[in-house]
Design a protein around this ligand. Sequence first.
Ligand code: SF4
Length: 233
Amino acid sequence: MIIGDMIISSLEFPGNVSLVIFTGGCILKCPYCHNPEIIDGGKSVEMDEIIKKIDNSMEFIDSVVITGGEPLIQNEEVKNILRYAKSRGLKTKLDTNGFFVHELEEVMDLLDYVALDIKAPFGKYKEIIGSSIDNEVRKSMESCIKADVYLECRTTFVPYLMEIEDIVEIAKNIDANIYYTLQQFRDKKVLDKKLYGTPIPSRDELKEIAEMIKPFLKHIKIKTAEFGDEIIK
Ligand code: SF4
């Protein structure tokens, strides 16, 4: 399997300590991707090594999180990891961009939690991230809702690429039974160099947008580098 890294973290699955596996490869090239080296890169590891890492971490973890890149490019490997994690009594979470609908449905029974990127309003993906995967993302969201897994939808608010109205439009058209998370764009490392110098949305700006979308979504969170995750009441 191609991976970037494996780390233990308490940030990725709220209330849990997780082994986080960063997988290599992605079908998208989001201009604001903050992990551009993982789109084409990563190192090859045997499944045995990943299993051993889970075994060796059992004393510290209660969950496994698979993130990317886009994990479902390597759907068979993802399935094997999730199956093993479940056999060890661990909770499981998958982060995905929502393109691989069928592959997501195939592993849904093995998942407790899905974090799904909603990168643009449906109908504006091409304009905002350069790839028309609107229908696939919508279907992935609907599959998660149908399967009744914990679903978090997340959008990185990137000034220059999107307007506040785009976030409102997203909020009107999605559902998320845990949270809708509005993430702060950072220009520390991005794929498209033209984005360097883009204004960083402040915590207050994100809070204002969160207030605007309250009528459409029950549970909203903002995420900033300065304050981490904050639930908007
Ligand atoms: S932001 Fe995520 S979905 Fe977009 S290119 Fe980077 S890894 Fe892929």
